[in-house]
Design a protein around this ligand. Structure first.
Ligand code: SAH
Length: 345
């Protein structure tokens, strides 16, 4: 059985034709799904015989909400979602003045091995399909009863390590018959898989590309990100320049500040030099401390100094506002604590 959420309208129209049904039925089925009717039997204008055929060939792959946490500080909601095969992922919904944002996962686990990250500790279990990536938004919208207008691919997983499904997801989420979320409202975050950055640039999409840089030199980067052994910062920046040329979009560089690892004034100066003249923006993320490692958050003073040093060098910079700090909203933490708890019982 296939997850119907993996299908574009056109693919579903073809399925209808192949199954001796009129193509217009595809649009009807899809409309029900986006109206949050997730049972073929409840789709009123679909004839009984077709309902039966659909139920034999497809399931509507909406994950179960296993747990839900809500921050008392800022209303951020964190969901632990379970798929049919028992795999768990996390999704975070954040409310801003300009609308609702969602941070979604692209893989169960991750194989990139970044030292500070909780999602990668036990490696990658499997990729999520395009429909599973999309389903996180569907289930979140139903839960909050409001539209989600911004999407960041910054949950568990490395989007460019699941390139084909992520691209198909981008098509589905953007489709007029579907959620119709504009590409400019979507950010894809990557640790820097260089060949895929070129591929993505060639697609000419207007999504925002965010690069997890976290260090100004290859030597330092290798200490915290194994991917740095494969691609140098120079190769990443060349790929970014190509991306900017092709898409005219500003790149975001994420830089997690870790006490005594990458947060000195010298680090800031070198980073500023490295990025000067590039159409970009730096997002400083005070590291979320997790129990599996000893990385510590930089002090407020250090964070301010780092930010100001970059500003003085003419680099656009912001410090990421921490959301949901009372509910372990940082990626990977909830799934891990849930799995640990279940295995202790
Ligand atoms: N794999 C992608 C997207 C997922 S991680 C990537 O690497 O970009 C999203 C962002 O959170 C990345 O910048 C990642 O480096 C950062 N991150 C992961 N764990 C963190 C932690 N404990 N504290 C702060 N940032 C973290």
């Amino acid at each position: 059985m296939d997850n119907i959420l993996n299908f574009t309208l056109e693919e579903l129209q073809n399925w209808m034709k192949d199954n001796n049904e009129s193509a217009f039925r595809a649009k009807q089925v899809v409309s029900w799904i986006y109206k949050e009717i997730w049972d073929f039997n409840l789709m009123k204008n679909i004839p009984g015989e077709l309902k039966e055929k659909l139920s034999k060939s497809f399931y509507i792959g909406i994950p179960k909400v296993i747990e839900k946490f809500e921050s008392k500080i800022d209303g951020t909601k964190k969901l632990l979602l379970g798929f049919k095969d028992g795999n768990l992922i996390e999704t975070v919904i954040m409310k801003y003045k300009h609308g609702n944002s969602i941070c979604i996962s692209t893989q169960v686990g991750c194989r990139m091995g970044c030292k500070f990250c909780a999602s990668t500790i036990e490696g990658r279990v499997r990729n999520l399909t395009a429909g599973e990536i999309l389903s996180q938004i569907l289930v979140a919208q139903k839960l909050i009863g409001e539209r989600i207008s911004n999407v960041v691919l910054m949950g568990s997983g490395e989007p460019l390590d699941n390139y084909d499904d992520v691209l198909k997801f981008l098509e589905l989420v953007n489709a007029e018959y579907g959620l119709n979320i504009g590409q400019r409202h979507i950010t894809l975050s990557t640790c820097g898989i260089v060949p895929k950055i070129y591929d993505l640039a060639d697609k000419g999409l207007s999504i925002t590309l965010a690069i997890s840089l976290h260090a100004f030199s290859d030597e330092k980067r290798k200490e915290i990100m194994p991917i740095a052994n494969k691609y140098s910062i120079k190769e990443i920046l060349d790929a970014c320049k190509y991306y900017i040329e092709k898409t005219k979009r500003r790149i975001t560089f994420e830089y997690s500040l870790v006490k005594d690892v990458n947060d000195s004034i010298e680090d800031a100066k070198s980073l500023g030099k490295l990025l000067s003249g590039l159409l970009c923006h730096v997002n400083l993320i005070p590291v979320n401390e997790i129990k599996e490692n000893s990385f510590k958050r930089s002090s407020e003073k250090t964070i301010n100094n780092f930010e100001n040093t970059l500003k003085n060098l003419g680099v656009e910079v912001t410090v990421r506002r921490e959301m949901g700090s009372d509910i372990n909203a940082a990626c990977g933490q909830l799934r891990r604590s849930y799995i640990e708890l279940s295995s202790n019982n």
